[in-house]
Design a protein around this ligand. Structure first.
Ligand SMILES: Nc1nc2c(ncn2[C@@H]2O[C@H](COP(=O)(O)OP(=O)(O)OP(=O)(O)O)[C@@H](O)[C@H]2O)c(=O)[nH]1
Ligand SMILES: [Mg+2]
Length: 209
């Protein structure tokens, strides 16, 4: 649920990049951050890292133009993929409005992809969220590697929801923006529905005054 302040006409949407360790979450977020003009975004904070591995989380905020007269901000987060950092992942997932699952195409990492998506579903359940209700996009990253999982297998094993999915080579900036655009569109669509129902509720309350 986005944080909507009807009084100040501001709203914040939280998009979280999830997926197995070393799958390419931070690489995606860095590429998106780089592609946005600096006056639209805050500096990228990669809080606590060890080489390529995120130990806490990545974060930046993107200021959008108004949506329905609301000053809208997208808050972009990347979690640490290593199984050990579950409590941090869970904390970052609190209040999520949109999810991007970054899968690793390396054939030998299929079990890690699966473990990661099950871990995600478990945490969402613990929060009382319904996985199928949250805007969700999948990216099959590292398509440049020699031994990769086929798209058919990926779709069958990871994409039970039939969500939008994209092939990517994040280190070459391929598929990164397409994936980000897709999740933004899904989040905005849901937001439009939320705002429309908020307006009709407000209207019916005013009618009863
Ligand atoms: N070959 C290849 N390597 C990639 C690609 N995308 C990312 N990498 C590399 O994979 C490694 C891990 O990428 P990160 O973006 O740090 O992975 P992460 O998902 O943030 O990992 P955690 O923070 O541990 O969860 C880095 O060395 C990247 O350069 C890709 O498309 N192809
Ligand atoms: Mg990372």
């Amino acid at each position: 649920m986005p944080i909507i302040n009807y009084k100040t006409k501001e709203l914040n949407c939280k998009i979280v990049y999830v997926g197995p360790s070393l799958g390419g979450k931070t690489t995606n977020i860095q590429a998106i951050h780089h592609s946005v003009p600096s006056h639209f975004r805050t500096p990228l904070q990669s809080i606590d890292t060890d080489g390529d591995r995120t130990l806490y989380f990545d974060y930046f905020a993107l200021n959008l133009t108004d949506i329905h007269g609301y000053k809208t901000k997208f808050l972009i987060y990347g979690v640490p993929g290593q199984p050990y950092y579950k409590s941090t992942r869970k904390m970052v997932l609190n209040g999520v409005d949109g999810l991007v699952f970054i899968a690793d195409s390396d054939k030998y990492r299929m079990s890690d992809n699966l473990e990661s998506i099950l871990d995600l579903k478990g945490m969402l359940r613990e929060y009382g969220y319904i996985y199928e209700d949250i805007p969700f996009v999948i990216q099959y990253n590292k398509r440049d590697l020699p031994n990769i999982t086929s798209m058919e297998e990926f779709e069958r094993v990871l994409n039970s929801r039939g969500s939008k999915s994209f092939e990517a080579v994040a280190i070459q900036n391929r598929g990164v923006i397409e994936t980000f655009k897709a999740i933004c569109e899904e989040v905005v669509e849901k937001l439009n529905r939320t705002l429309a129902s908020g307006r009709s509720k407000q209207g019916s309350m005013e009618n009863h005054k």
